[in-house]
Write a protein that binds this ligand. Sequence first.
Ligand code: PLP
Length: 396
Amino acid sequence: MSATHSYIMPTYSPQPISFTRGQGSWLYTADNTAYLDALTGIAVCGLGHCHPSVTEAIQDQAATLVHTSNLFHIEWQQKAAHSLCTAAGMVSVFFANSGAEANEAALKMARLYGYKKGFKKPKVIVMEKSFHGRTLLTVSATANPKAREGFFTLDSDFIRVPFGDIEAIKLAALENNEITAVFLEPIQGEGGLNTAKDGFNYLEQVQDLCNQQDWLFMLDEVQTGNGRTGKYFAYQHSNAKPDVLTTAKGLGNGFPIGACMVSGRARDLLQVGSHGSTYGGTPLGSRVVHTVYDILTNTDIMQNAVTEGNHIQHTLSHDLKDYGVTTRGHGMMIGVVLPESTDCSNLVDKARDEEKLIINITGSHVIRLLPPLNLKREETDQLIEKLTRLIKSALS
Ligand SMILES: *Cc1c(COP(=O)(O)O)cnc(C)c1O
């Protein structure tokens, strides 16, 4: 399985396992061993692996028309845009192919907003522990020093403040007069499954300040979007409303596509010729987006994410209280917080090999759970059982 030489650049260190098939909440190896997937390809396959409607949409569209380019009207793109903007409460969308690209569009808009105001050096406020992608501009907005090292990141474009601290943003406003936007994740995914101390009220505080200062209020919902937290978009847990909203991961349930939506102060920023993408919003990708929208809006799947997510959090925090374990998050975006001193280095391997359970660790001692939104109760109970055994054995 692990070849001595690989022609893949060593940017990843993959686990020594390969899956050949996926169905619903389960991944299968070639010898047909089943693994319960509480990661879903990093919050991507929210509807479960190979959801029959998504598979059918891909198969049918692949046999009809895959790509024409944006030099032509694309009916599925119009449909997908309508449905996505309806779900998000936004005015229009630019389709890209990934989260980073969606965020790149957002950050370019923040610059354009400053340009229109005659700014010399527009700056965007971003958060500590943020993750926004790997293109040069998005990695510059990202906090993690390991992701930034050696790339001459555009540090002077950004002002970094602690997540959840509205006073820190107010202070930055006093010290800088060319700020154009605040850009943040409603719940930080890669940075440790962090929620703001004021919960989603924090988003309203940030928006109020953006309104006062005439800044763009920009949300990165690449991970939190598409039902992951139990609402179509996480900001909909609040009364806030972004000017710019990006999403990707769950948008195509595994088909690579991203979206950058605008409203309010950002609605007319990008015009003909100012941005583009050869692959953005192909007939195939757009039809998948529309299909995912249909499923999310016409089933009880987001309600299920809330019910099962709450069940996971309540049960784990109750049963593991004596071990110093707490939980946080919303819907099917859950952090199981182990005591800070816990050695988590072999937890992912142990979960996989001993429990046949796929998990992920973030922020050094937080188990990140991103199960399918439509996890069935008996699967939820299996997940809880496997995790409880794993954590008890790690902490005793
Ligand atoms: C994953 C992620 C990205 C980057 O998405 P890619 O598709 O890997 O480019 C950006 N922002 C957030 C919040 C993410 O979780």
